[in-house]
Ligand binder design. Structure first.
Ligand code: SF4
Ligand code: SF4
Length: 301
């Protein structure tokens, strides 16, 4: 059995990528299983998805603790302890990371070691589509290539999964074309599926019930407080062009993180440590005063 774990941020398409790989494997006659986990289901928050592929019926269920392949849609997840990207990764695990950095640069900047392959899917998508968006087809194609699946089954799986999401035929065709470019471009690394050391069983804890003074969440208590930075979640950042801003405050009212304040001159200001990069402020801005810039790798703050 081949076990693939996808890590992404809400909205990047990790779940759909996992489905594309599962469907492509199914089309080739394998047994396939895929499932996502969303956590707090908040755009930009870490999400994971799991695909198992086998020639025989798959009895295993649930999360993949010992993956053969880990697909990372956003390099900023590697340093995010809540994403747990490197959990269960051993010397046989292959890691694919969507990043403009080379494998050596990535190793130097993160705790990643071992068998690593990279491709800048975000840059390819920006060049092809001219705007940011989900990269599910690209992630699915890369994972399918590394898993040894055929391009024709991945193409068909992309059509099925993106059609289910309601995308139009021209959009699906463009996704397919770019996905095939990624399929060809990714540096293949041979996977080594097989039995792995078991994961130590979790230690069960008995819940205790505290009085409200202790049991009630406090907004000022770390890590859900004002000192908790979510800047590492961003792939793109909103940047204000004050000359275009009419001071309507729609961005301020729409920010789900309260990351926008209004200055004495009536213009908004983004507080970047609390900005997760959802870009809702950009979407609502009627004058295009909120623009988008790609976050330089490792520079979020
Ligand atoms: S400032 Fe904009 S991009 Fe940042 S969290 Fe608020 S709405 Fe999202
Ligand atoms: S929504 Fe746009 S125009 Fe309105 S205050 Fe925000 S940046 Fe300015």
């Amino acid at each position: 059995m081949l076990s693939i774990r996808f890590h992404g941020r809400g909205g990047q398409g990790a779940k759909t990528a996992s489905r594309i790989v599962g469907t492509a494997a199914f089309l080739e006659g394998f047994t396939a299983q895929d499932s996502p986990i969303y956590g707090a289901e908040r755009r930009g928050a870490p999400v994971a998805a799991f695909t198992r592929i086998a020639k025989k019926p798959i009895r295993e269920r649930g999360l993949i603790a010992r993956p053969d392949l880990v697909v990372v849609a956003d390099a900023s997840l590697i340093g995010d302890p809540s994403a747990r990207v490197l959990d269960g990764v051993d010397e046989r695990t292959v890691l694919f990371v969507n990043s403009p950095l080379t494998p050596d640069q990535l190793r130097a900047r993160t705790s990643v070691s071992g068998r690593l392959t990279v491709l800048d899917l975000t840059d390819l998508a920006l060049k092809q589509f001219g705007k940011r968006g989900a990269i599910s087809a690209l992630l699915g194609a890369v994972a399918g290539r590394l898993a040894g699946l055929r391009p024709e089954s991945i193409r068909e799986a992309i059509v099925r999964e993106l059609t289910d999401l309601g995308l139009t035929a021209p959009v699906i065709e463009r996704n397919q074309a770019l996905a095939m470019q990624c399929f060809e471009a990714v540096q293949p690394v041979t996977l080594e599926p097989g039995p792995r050391a078991p994961v130590p069983s979790a230690q069960l804890r008995t819940p205790t019930y505290d009085p409200p003074t202790r049991g009630t969440a406090g907004i000022t208590a770390g890590p859900n407080s004002a000192i908790r930075s979510v800047s590492g979640w961003r792939t793109f950042r909103p940047v204000l062009r004050p000359d275009l801003c009419n001071g309507c405050w729609l961005c301020f009212a729409s920010c789900p993180e309260g990351a926008i304040t209004i200055k004495p001159d009536g213009k908004p200001a983004v507080y970047y440590p609390h900005c997760k990069g959802c870009l809702d402020c950009v979407e609502v801005c009627p004058t295009d005063a909120m623009t988008v810039e790609r976050e330089p790798e490792g520079a979020n703050k």
